[in-house]
Design a protein around this ligand. Structure first.
Ligand code: CA
Length: 514
């Protein structure tokens, strides 16, 4: 501490003595390459709620302040929990923080109402790191550009592509002399064997072959991941040829639903798939759950919990039985930060944003404080023992320091997570990458007008509810797929699914034209 102050005094003295023209001073205390953004300290207010509200004392942002001379002060009380409400209140009050962390939709909406300033010219002039990133990643630039062709926010970017994977009790496969399933038919046979051949060895047919801890009926919940086995989708998506399609209208959807309903009927899917809470914890702890589709990291970590209690317990990542995985991580964030129109230091602010895209800023945002949280070896940041083996888990520790927050920066996902991720998750994610299983078919569009946007949201809400309810009826067997499929399609048509699809195609074309 003393040393840093001394350096600070030294720099100040040198500055006064040489009265340099250049206002960007190298700060020797923390890094030999980060330049001060302003000679005089500047404090900017920031609105951020990323689970918890921005804390002005976070060491990571204090460090950034030491380097850049820009300090941040959170505008929200620590007790704030409601992100939507607090954001809406701030926007309604007209008293907007200098820097706002929020979502693309809000930046674009309020940006077009002049509450946030366009950033593209500032980026061009003052933000070489961000400019370089956007030049090298035209898809990111397209993604963050609003329909008036302005850019209102700098996104949070991550490089990890794999987020969810399939899991299976490898010890059960071994016990039954089965291979990991490589096709849908083999997966069916595995689930059937789990159901009928008593792999947990208690003499009862109590095994629950497929389960999902997410009980809702949205994307990635309950039976929805099973749609992937038949290359089906339950929502709007973009196919291999770039065509926009509405999943439930496609023949694959009917095929998938027929099979899923049959699997449920045969007891291969958790009977309580729509109602059981905490299925992952409950069914693995009591040694009855066989296979699921879930977040790779946290699901691999359950092995630590049960390996001592259940002899041989080995719940590992398997390749997608359908050969494709659609749960790609959104790499260019819908979240990020923007500059309020009332901010009196837009140039310094964009330079500050640029700092977080510099190597030093990215390291700070990902790994925390050098010497405390990580040390450098061979050009790489390596977490210290206190982070890897401390009382708190790695993510909690880092977030309490202000690192791993969703500001406009780049998350070096693989570099950061690879250090603490369970080997099962690490190898599993790598297997998905090496085999190119992950296909990002997520629809991204850009409505041409407010009216189009509102209409699309209304259609989406109606159609989504209708599709989810019908899927549940089919799975639970209250209606047969064959007998009611045509009625279902007619229902979609009555709800103007064709108009919705046309809107989404128009939105996609507009997006691709940017
Ligand atoms: Ca059993």
């Amino acid at each position: 501490m003393k040393k840093i102050r001394m350096f600070g005094a030294f720099i100040l003295t040198v500055m006064l003595l040489c009265s340099c023209q250049n206002t960007e001073k190298t700060n020797m205390a923390g890094s030999d390459t980060v330049k001060k953004i302003s000679d005089k300290p500047i404090t900017l207010s920031i609105y951020q709620i990323d689970m918890d509200a921005f804390d002005s004392e976070w060491p990571v942002f204090k460090q950034a302040q030491t380097w850049t001379n820009i300090g941040l002060k959170g505008v929200l009380a620590k007790s704030t929990t409601d992100a939507d409400q607090s954001f809406n209140m701030m926007m309604a009050s007209g008293d907007v923080a200098d820097i706002v962390v929020n979502w693309k939709e809000n930046f674009n909406k309020y940006g077009m109402q002049k509450a946030f300033i366009p950033l593209q010219d500032l980026i061009e002039k003052y933000a070489p790191n961000i400019k370089k990133y956007l030049d090298e990643n035209p898809e990111a630039k397209r993604f963050i550009t609003a329909r008036d062709n302005n850019i209102y926010y700098i996104p949070y970017v991550t490089d990890g592509k794999v987020q969810m994977t399939w899991f299976v009790r490898q010890d059960w496969l071994d016990k039954l002399g089965l291979e990991q399933p490589k096709t849908v038919e083999e997966y069916y046979n595995v689930l059937k064997a789990f159901k009928e051949k008593d792999p947990n060895g208690n003499g009862k047919a109590d095994e629950i072959p497929y389960f999902n801890r997410n009980v809702g009926s949205n994307y990635e919940q309950s039976v929805t991941p099973l749609l992937m086995l038949w290359k089906a989708h339950s929502e709007i998506y973009v196919d291999d040829n770039g065509e926009v399609r509405y999943g439930p209208l496609e023949p694959e959807f009917k095929e998938a639903m027929k099979n899923i309903a049959q699997w449920y009927k045969e007891g291969l899917i958790d009977e309580e798939i729509y109602t059981r809470s905490n299925a992952r914890d409950v069914l693995l702890a009591n040694n009855t759950g066989g296979s699921t589709h879930d977040w790779c990291g946290s699901t691999a970590a359950v092995n630590e919990l049960y390996k001592d209690k259940i002899p041989g317990f080995n719940f590992i990542v398997m390749a997608p039985p359908g050969g494709e995985e659609y749960s790609a991580r959104q790499q260019i964030g819908r979240n990020g930060w923007g500059i309020a129109a009332s901010n009196e230091h837009p140039v310094e602010t964009i330079k500050y944003f640029d700092f977080w895209f510099s190597p030093e800023g990215i390291r700070l945002a990902n790994f925390g404080i050098e010497g405390e949280d990580y040390t450098m070896a061979d050009g790489k940041a390596i977490f210290t023992d206190s982070v890897l083996n401390g009382e708190k888990d790695v993510v909690t520790h880092l977030r309490e320091k202000g690192a791993q927050r969703t500001i406009g920066t780049r998350q070096l996902y693989e570099e950061y997570e690879v250090q603490w991720l369970n080997p099962i998750a690490k190898e599993g994610a790598q297997m998905y990458l090496d085999n190119n299983y992950v296909k990002d078919m997520t629809f991204v569009g850009l409505p041409v007008s407010d009216e189009d946007q509102k209409a699309a949201s209304a259609y989406y809400a109606d159609l989504n509810t209708y599709v989810r309810e019908q899927m549940q009826k089919w799975v639970l067997g209250t209606e047969s797929v064959d007998a009611t499929y045509d009625k279902f399609i007619n229902g979609l048509k009555q709800m103007k699914v064709d108009d919705y699809l046309a809107l989404m195609k128009k939105s996609r074309a507009n997006y691709m034209s940017k």
